[in-house]
Design a protein around this ligand. Sequence first.
Ligand code: BGP
Length: 480
Amino acid sequence: MKVFPEGFLWGGATAANQCEGAYDLGGRGLSSVDTVPYGPERMAVSRGEKKMLSCEPGYIYPAHEAIDMYHHYKEDIRLFHEMGFKCYRLSIAWTRILPDGDDETPNEQGLAFYEDLFRECRKYGIEPLVTIDHFDTPIALIKKYGGWRDRRMIDAYVHYCRIIFTRYRDLVKYWLTFNEINMLLHMSYMGAGIVFEEGEDREQVKYRAAHHELLASAKAVTLAHELMPGSQIGCMLAAGQFYPYTCNPEDIWDGLEKDRDNYFFIDVQARGAYPVWAKKRMERSGVDIGLTSEDEQVLRSGAVDFIAFSYYCSRCTTADPEVFKAHARPGNAVFRAVVNPYLKSTEWGWQIDPLGLRVTINTLYDRYQKPLFIVENGLGANDVLEEDGTVHDPYRINYLRAHIEAMRDAVVLDGIPLIGFTAWGCIDLVSASSGEMKKRYGMIYVDKNDDGSGSLKRYKKDSFYWYKKVIASNGADLDE
Ligand code: BGP
């Protein structure tokens, strides 16, 4: 059965800070994620509520070694090829290229590292999909400017883009400007290098930073088209529709407003202008982003070519504070939401909703009419490595199968143009929200533990063989 279009980009996704390690090798400078510790303070640092701009004694910083892909990338890409990957999404660590974020001359060792990595992909016919900034702000720029709160970040970012576009124009066609750009509202240090100061208006700081990232993104799109004709450059949303908890119109409105918090970013990146409601909303809450007519021109000419997104789960919301209190998602969740009683949850409390993926795909296409790309989806679970080196992960296969089926329905039944699907953390890596290794997403197991111990040896899980079959059949064979 022919289901997915010819050339559909099947593959996997990672991010530099979650897998490379070698944080102080090859001339690399310190980056925001390098100072986000494992343990109870991680969320406060990620949100910009606790200042930690250097590595302090007594803490574990998972990004420092991660799974040491810096030294294992040839082996890892070979394994991706064995699975049949057509595409590999990765991010460039800004400070490998520019250790201080805005150095005049780039670091040749960093440039050479990615050049070799891209060549390795090309050798196997794997299309690289590159995230320019995946939770990655150079510490030197955080110290100099206070992160993306400052407009001068835009020039630093464009300078970085010019360097990588020029160097990799013959090796990379697909680019993403910022990973999960809407995350800066929730994890402001991770998403924008922001540490809040005592008593400052946080909404004002966040939306200014958002405006600066949106301008930087638009400029990157324009520059990419100029320097790399034929390149495709996209935005990237942490997606997942908000469902109203009941059909009470108050809940419907609440859902619409919460969705707008996220679409706010993509509306600008896809259409090249702020929507009317966004301007009014900022005006009502006294937020001034410093929008000029020149900015409007920049945004207009820098609309993206495609919409990429991550999807793990849908979200559920209520306008009633009592209902919220009674049903709030447990733990330190990134998105505030209530538990959807119709859905099961993962070990980490993320609700499993494959049909929600079809809902999300359709909503995004209705809204933007641009090709879509699912660049993250997967299940974080506590896998067991057996004595004989096998890992049995039927739960991951079930999760992925159900989501690929929903994606197939969106493509085949609804006719939505989808460029590809890259499963998140195709090889085990550090969890962004929790810093854990034991929250594993991979089809390849890496022997590395939360306390930093482990041989770093790679093992194929059952899902490895299953995904290989899925890709070989272009999505027609989803059976185990
Ligand atoms: C997204 C990020 C990724 C990744 C993923 C899974 O928010 O883009 O970096 O980590 O979520 O989340 P986690 O690692 O917190 O389980």
